[in-house]
Ligand binder design. Structure first.
Ligand SMILES: NC(=O)c1ccc[n+]([C@@H]2O[C@H](COP(=O)([O-])OP(=O)(O)OC[C@H]3O[C@@H](n4cnc5c(N)ncnc54)[C@H](O)[C@@H]3O)[C@@H](O)[C@H]2O)c1
Ligand SMILES: [Zn+2]
Length: 336
């Protein structure tokens, strides 16, 4: 697979000629966002697109997880039809993971698939959810249960967008950055100074893009290592029902996975330990129940990405339930 073009830099979103090369010239586009991001960053992107000659419609999804629902996606699909979008049109998704997941999904199913461009505005989006072509919406029973693989033509990470990101959202993205550090490159740490952030995003985005190119549909095991921290992480995130940001849940999941790995992670481990987390009381039984459901989905065996050492991930489906329970109990204690 040829990966999408990934661009990282300050002010890029105002130069659409750089990132619309893969689209038919002058085509109809629909810029999709949500109220929070639209208010802060929408108008300049729309204006730049129109200046570049694109007939640009605008659609605003509900904020957060509410974007990832059937009614929201149906409204978007009908707005696309009404705006006259055809197979030669494109959808542009401007926002965090909730917008790129939902709008990417709409692009995947509208008229059996039209081109789209991912414009991730959160750090989490720029290093993770905005890249890779996994699009999804939720069901009441669980997150991301309906979706499609649909690669964007381009991923545009304008680092100027991050200036307005609330501290907690920035930290949530840093959780995923730490994941790349533990998996591949201990030099990737929480970027403390602004100047470093751009380089860190470029490196993480390239790491993810490379794994995705080797294993687009997560069938060959190459992409699977990116789930490090996500098995217990997802179970915690679901149990917390909105009180843990994704990156926070992943940090907890990684601490639990390190415990299961019985590996030391040096400086990165200290970063994990001092990572600010909300105080929460979650029920062990609720977390274990979520893990069991996950296990059922994988035909009976939970798969964990473990670390032999920093930079040496291994996948195991032989972790004992008692050890998992102990690791969960440990992390629940840390959250209290
Ligand atoms: N497709 C994937 O591979 C993948 C991977 C990880 C997570 N996800 C999904 O991503 C979603 C979470 O994404 P998220 O954390 O980016 O959340 P989000 O889209 O809900 O955004 C978080 C908050 O930040 C605000 N925001 C976004 N950009 C901003 C900016 N530049 N300035 C100020 N505020 C801004 C939003 O209004 C929102 O309130 C989840 O639904 C998760 O399932 C998908
Ligand atoms: Zn993640």
């Amino acid at each position: 697979m040829m990966g999408p073009m990934i661009l990282v830099g300050r002010g890029l979103s105002r130069r659409p000629r750089l990132w619309t090369k893969g689209l038919p010239p002058g085509c109809r586009v629909m810029l999709v966002s949500e109220p929070g991001v639209w208010r802060l960053h929408g108008a300049p992107v729309a204006a730049a697109l129109r200046r570049a000659g694109f007939r640009t419609g605008i659609h605003i999804l509900p904020r957060g997880e509410k974007a990832k629902t059937w009614p929201a996606v149906e409204r978007l699909l009908r707005a696309m039809l009404e705006a006259g979008l055809g197979r030669d049109s494109a959808l542009l998704a401007l926002g965090g993971g909730s917008v790129t997941d939902a709008a990417g999904f709409a692009a995947a199913v509208y008229m059996r698939g039209i081109p789209w461009v991912s414009l991730p505005t959160t750090l989490l989006g720029q290093v993770d959810s905005g890249i890779g072509g996994k699009t999804a919406i939720d069901l009441p029973e669980g997150k991301n249960l309906v979706g499609a693989f649909h690669q964007p033509r381009a991923v545009v990470c304008d680092t100027a967008w991050l200036d307005t990101l609330p501290a907690r959202e920035l930290r949530s993205g840093l959780g995923e950055v730490l994941k790349y550090g533990l998996l591949f490159d201990p030099a990737l740490r929480a970027p403390l100074r602004k100047g470093r952030l751009e380089r860190v995003i470029r490196r993480c985005a390239a790491l993810k893009a490379r794994l995705v190119a080797q294993d687009e549909r997560e069938t060959k095991g190459r992409r699977e290592v990116l789930n490090f921290g996500h098995t217990i992480g997802h179970a915690l995130e679901t149990a917390a029902s909105g009180r843990l940001r994704h990156g926070e849940a992943v940090v907890c999941g990684m601490r639990a996975a390190l415990r299961l790995s019985q590996a030391r992670a040096g400086e990165l481990e200290s970063f994990l330990k001092t990572f600010p987390l909300p105080r929460l009381r979650l029920r062990e039984s609720a977390v274990m129940e979520n893990l069991r459901r996950d296990k059922k989905a994988r035909r009976g065996r939970l798969r964990f990405v473990l670390l032999k050492a920093v930079g040496q991930p291994v996948v195991s489906d032989r972790v004992r339930e008692a050890s998992v329970r102990e690791a969960v109990r440990f992390i629940l204690g840390e959250l209290r």
